[in-house]
Design a protein around this ligand. Structure first.
Ligand code: SAM
Length: 236
């Protein structure tokens, strides 16, 4: 059995009792960064053997992991924070398990997108998760493809690109869209900056972004129809 185990996105208390039990009882923990996961396991006095499983070795490790699972072992997969497979390694091994008829279970637990969406004050009944925008090629095409999206949109972004992303979203979606920029969720410096794209861009022009960010943007509303928006060049 392969267990996908969500781990805290900041606050170490955000882990379920079942996640702790399975981490303890598994014969192997696959971790994106064993040093990061060591802090969590030490905190909960868990001594299960760990091996690395990250984007640079996941292809090469698939057969090895599948063999151990086929031999009847219980393996737990964790990433540095949140739910494996969500903007983190995980998809390939789950697909391989499904292909080989190996049982997989994903525990419910922390992920940054959901608390950001729920706390944003932007409708959370329907949404699209966009993860990280492409850094170069395809970036403006991706943003342009969202111009008419009616559902709320959730993006992950690094502090170095938050302002640029907000500016590009404003250029395509217009300056009046509501946005919530959720910073350092569950951590000491958690902060939610809400407003129109124009207001939030102006905030981050004077307050340099620091930490981890989720951006939630309101979907297109009927009142926006007919307004002209700029488009970005793919070369940008
Ligand atoms: N697997 C994770 C999840 O389930 O949310 C996401 C991993 S991804 C590599 C890291 C990104 O998630 C960060 O750049 C940021 O956009 C978002 N993130 C993770 N922790 C966060 C936090 N405490 N506050 C805000 N955003 C966070």
């Amino acid at each position: 059995m392969l267990y996908i185990i969500p781990t805290p996105i900041g606050n170490l208390e955000d882990i379920t009792l079942r996640a702790l039990r399975i981490l303890k009882e598994s014969s192997l923990v696959l971790a994106e960064d064993t040093r990061t996961t060591r802090v969590l396991l030490d905190h909960y006095d868990i001594h299960t053997h760990m091996e690395s499983y990250h984007k640079y070795n996941e292809h090469g490790k698939l057969a090895y992991v599948a063999d151990r699972l086929q031999a009847g072992e219980t393996v737990a997969l964790v990433s540095d924070a949140g739910t494996p497979g969500i903007s983190d390694p995980g998809f390939l091994v789950v697909r391989e398990c499904v292909r080989q008829g190996i049982e997989v279970e994903c525990l419910p637990g922390p992920t940054a997108a959901i608390p950001a969406l729920v706390v944003s004050g932007i409708p959370c009944d329907r949404f699209v998760f966009e993860g990280f925008l492409p850094q170069k090629k395809g970036r403006s095409t991706r943003i342009a493809s969202l111009a008419e999206e009616k559902r709320s949109m959730v993006f992950y972004e690094s502090p170095y690109r938050v302002l640029k992303t907000l500016e590009q979203l404003m250029a395509v979606l217009g300056s009046h869209r509501q946005v919530a920029v959720c910073r350092e969720l569950t951590k000491v410096h958690e902060e939610i900056v809400r407003g129109t794209l124009e207001e939030v861009v102006s905030h981050f022009r004077t307050h340099a972004p620091r930490g981890e960010f989720v951006i939630v943007v309101e979907g297109s509303t009927s009142s926006e129809k007919g307004k002209m928006h700029h488009s970005l060049d793919d070369a940008e």
